[in-house]
Design a protein around this ligand. Structure first.
Ligand code: G3I
Length: 310
């Protein structure tokens, strides 16, 4: 693009999720990532189920590869994620409450300490709410109770006091019962002095559901609580087949999300969940939908890219 790389267009962090496999194996993938973005989020490599699939046996190979790539190329790293009900090791399911608590504590301490000083921001707890704003009945909620969230933030802060700590969820782009619940939680955590510094809005959008038009207003209300906001997993899936009109509609969605973040000073990051349609989580989870990224399978920028980087 004549305007130069995406990362130079704004004073926000501009990031992408990255997968260690293609980062190692595909020179063209690496080149576009290095050129266009100034922050990276490991897509899976720091998740509990990956780093400690077998109890007590750690595998940091993917996480280390991404963190060392970031250091080499001068990129910031968003850590993802410490407490999540999905992609958990199987052995965690069977622990009784007391042991679960000490094991979560150990997991947070071990993971955050290992990358101390190398992670700008951590997604500490993600996806803790249902769509109606009630707490999701995860293993943590069921066995540890409401307080597990505050505890996770305190433990992460103790392990790396300079990392910015975020709560994070999907379907909280606009104002709705779920984002109301996150809002109330952040307010009460701040009041109690819990070290929470940000709200991550995933922003997994789909053309057929329309754009969440209250996104800017929602970001503004979070900012008024005194926390940063980050767009952490933006993508816009397209019901197949993709055509030119749908690519334009996708560009509209990306532009509106980008503008909503840029309208609020405390929205400090715009990260997409992958950057190329060559590698995407979407078709595996939503059969019949695809092509959610800014670059196509051949790493050519799509209309959405040109829209946010004209
Ligand atoms: O690495 C193994 C491979 O060894 C094995 O052969 C293969 C067989 O299934 O699985 C591979 O692991 C897969 C992993 O992605 C790496 O490709 C897992 O099965 C698969 O479940 C996993 O999916 C990830 C998903 O989180 C897990 O729930 C997606 O890549 C990742 O994009 C997605 O990301 C989440 C965020 O963390 C949180 N927000 C929602 C977002 C999208 O679901």
């Amino acid at each position: 693009s004549a305007a130069g790389p995406l990362k130079n267009t704004t004073n926000r962090w501009v990031g992408s999720a990255v997968a260690a496999g293609p980062l190692a194996d595909e020179a063209d993938y690496r080149a576009v990532l290095t050129r266009e973005f100034d922050s990276v989020t490991p897509e899976n490599e720091m998740k509990w189920g990956v780093v400690e699939a077998t109890r007590g046996q750690y595998d940091w190979s993917g996480a280390d590869a991404i963190v060392s790539y970031a250091k080499r190329t001068g990129k910031s790293v968003r850590g993802h994620t410490l407490v999540w009900h999905s992609q958990l090791p199987d052995w965690v399911d069977d622990l009784e409450a007391g042991e679960l608590r000490s094991t979560v504590k150990k997991h947070i301490k071990t993971t955050v300490s290992r990358f101390k000083g190398k992670i700008r921001a951590w997604d500490v707890v993600i996806e803790a709410f249902n769509e109606d704003g009630t707490r999701r009945e995860t293993v943590f909620q069921q066995k540890l109770g409401d307080g597990y969230i505050a505890e996770a933030f305190r433990l992460a802060h103790a392990a790396d006091p300079r990392a910015k700590l975020y709560i994070n969820d999907y379907n909280i782009e606009g104002i709705n019962p779920k984002s109301d619940a996150v809002y109330e939680l952040v307010r009460s955590l701040k009041k109690k002095g819990v070290p929470i510094e940000g709200v991550g809005i995933q922003t997994h959008l789909a053309l057929q559901y329309g754009f969440p038009t209250t996104m800017r207003e929602n970001i503004e209300r979070f900012a008024r609580l005194g926390v940063d906001v980050a767009i952490t997993e933006a993508d816009v899936r397209i019901p197949q087949p993709t055509d030119a009109a749908k690519l334009e509609a996708q560009a509209d969605f990306y532009e509106q999300a980008w503008d909503a973040c840029h309208a609020v000073r405390r929205c400090v990051e715009f990260t997409t969940w992958g950057f190329t349609d060559r590698h995407s989580w979407v078709p595996g989870v939503f059969p019949g939908e695809d092509d959610a990224c800014l670059f196509d399978e051949d790493l050519r920028p799509k209309p959405a890219y040109h829209r946010i980087n004209p």
